[in-house]
Design a protein around this ligand. Sequence first.
Ligand code: NAD
Length: 485
Amino acid sequence: MRTESPQIQNFIDGQFTEPTGGKYLDNIEPATGKPYSHLADSDARDVDAAAAAAEKAFVDWSKKPAVERSKLLLRVADLIERDLEKLARAESVDTGKPLSLARTLDIPRAASNFRFFATAILHTESEAHITDNVAFNYTLRQPRGIAGLISPWNLPLYLLSWKIAPAIAVGNTAIAKPSELTPMTAYMLCEIVREAGLPSGVLNVVHGTGPNVGAVITAHSKINTISFTGGTVTGRKVAEACAPLFKKVSLELGGKNPNIVFADANLDAAIAGSLRSSFANQGQICLCGSRVFVERSAYKDFVAHFIEKASQLKMGDPLDEKTDQGAIASKTQLEKIKFYVDLAQKEGGTVALGGKAPELINERCHDGYFFQPTVITGLPVSCRTNREEIFGPVVTVTPFDSEEEVIKYANDCDYGLASSVWTQNLTRAHRVAEQINTGTVWVNCWLVRDLRVPFGGMKQSGVGREGGEEALRFFTEPKNVCIAK
Ligand code: NAD
């Protein structure tokens, strides 16, 4: 397997292919700020070629017995596990995330995604409805055709495989477009699916920019199903492109997630959990809890200990085994983070920890994109810093006095992706969970992800749900067959 390649090519009809226009983009390693490979800068002609291959492959793939599709996907999962170390290293280099995180979260989850949907399709059920003495109805759920799968840079293989696996498991063919910032593991996955024996054209990967490839996929007449994960602004463009063509669309978008700590919580657990939810992957997980609310009687204690623990996180070269905090994924993202830390201060906030780039990490990382874990206090709930997604290692901490007040704070936001609640009062946990407008509410935990549960956001965090049965339904077309008695 190639782990480092000067040229990341497209994968169309089972073959690695040059982009039609012959152009390539630099692929930058965030830890060094330097290009280390190149990726195909594709255009509409490449998407057309992928669509033709996917259309041809659909004929046989959609009719293959589920058990055969399942076997192939299980083989893909096994091969991902076999190559775990190479894939984890590639993901770390490509994204700037600590190697230890890629090894324990990203790559194992990619294997689980394939295994989960490979077995899920063996256990599906179909509804039946008896219409009195008139008729008998049953529901067929059939593959829809070609799925366009567009993903972001923060969890590259984790999120792309979360789309590819259900899409092809149920008999669709797919055209995947990874983020142009982090294309490497999608490229390596193509070698894996080829080795696993997936028929040509079932999975096609077209690399390139959002406007040149992503927008072409969303507007393409042959691609009728779009699963998109990314920012809310891009999500709106995707929705606008798909609406007039009546495409089936799933949108997993941004977040500004509340993390609520009641005074009756186990504070050690709440601090440890909040540390993860604030700074895992340098805060670049859509589910990170960037707004921390702490009940006033526990506020001082929480802030002191939280800051103490956050200051102990080890920033370093992502490839160093001891590193907790790696690099920010791109220069643009780093600039955005700096902008919001400046804004927070203009809005009256106090930088209680961090707030700037760290001292030199090592010579190799001299020009890398690093930013310290940052804690901001003293901001009003309704300011821009508390309403807009930053997507970096920056959290605000705000005190509250009552349950009603903090529910209002949590919901006073355009986003509604996820939240965490820390309390030992079970009745309160249920009561608060019911009232918070987010697609996921974690109680006394964070980022526990059972692949069977519905996943997605409310409000500007998205439309639709992925995961388990929801994904199987999204990628199929239900058909009512009504037979007279
Ligand atoms: P982005 O929206 O900039 O890009 C996402 C993908 O869309 C990329 O592959 C990009 O090339 C493509 N794209 C860009 N313009 C397009 C267009 N006009 N049409 C079609 N595709 C286009 O997002 P990003 O910066 O890569 O990722 C960060 C964002 O993703 C954050 O907002 C984060 O919250 C969100 N995110 C959400 C979830 C979730 O499950 N809800 C998960 C991870 C990340």
